[in-house]
Design a protein. Structure first.
Length: 158
């Protein structure tokens, strides 16, 4: 599986890349330091999953997701955000994202999210699953498995 990480923060990109490269289901992990570089990489390469660290206003974020999908329909996008508000979750999923993770998510959440999204299943941070009602577009998500070791992603601004 080929994954692209888009984040303006080098420390975040490096930590996410290290985590994903250690996963047996992930082959190639590329990085982009901004949205424009990410869009160019999406045009030039066949990624299975894109993880984008969203530091922009909501409307710009959703337009970015739509632009990515216009370049590569079917691309699986995971939004990494500091916003736990249901409005953000709804907007990102409506824009076409397959996953939504809070920046303070555990490393294991990201690995699970990439694996599930690549398999065609939507994924939302375990902390947000209480906001989802039966019948929502993201029902049937995997629940957090009790007893897992949790390591927070450090260095994120939110």
């Amino acid at each position: 599986m080929k994954v692209l990480i888009i984040s303006e923060m080098p420390a975040i990109r490096e930590k996410l890349k290290q985590l994903l490269e250690a996963q047996p289901h992930v082959g190639t992990v590329k990085e982009a330091g901004d949205t424009l570089s990410g869009l160019r990489a999406i045009e030039d390469h066949a990624f299975d999953v894109v993880v984008i660290d969203l530091l922009m206003p909501l409307r710009v974020c959703t337009e970015t997701i739509r632009r990515m999908l216009s370049l590569k329909p079917g691309l699986k996008i995971i939004a990494l955000s500091m916003y736990s508000d249901r409005r953000y979750l709804d907007q990102f999923l409506q824009a076409g994202a397959w996953g939504y993770l809070l920046k303070d998510c555990a490393y294991e959440d990201l690995a699970d999210a990439v694996r599930n999204v690549a398999s065609g299943r939507k994924y939302v941070s375990s902390a947000l699953r209480g906001h989802i009602k039966f019948g929502d577009s993201v029902n049937g998500l995997l629940d957090h498995r009790p007893g897992e070791s949790r390591t927070k992603i450090q260095g994120s601004p939110g």
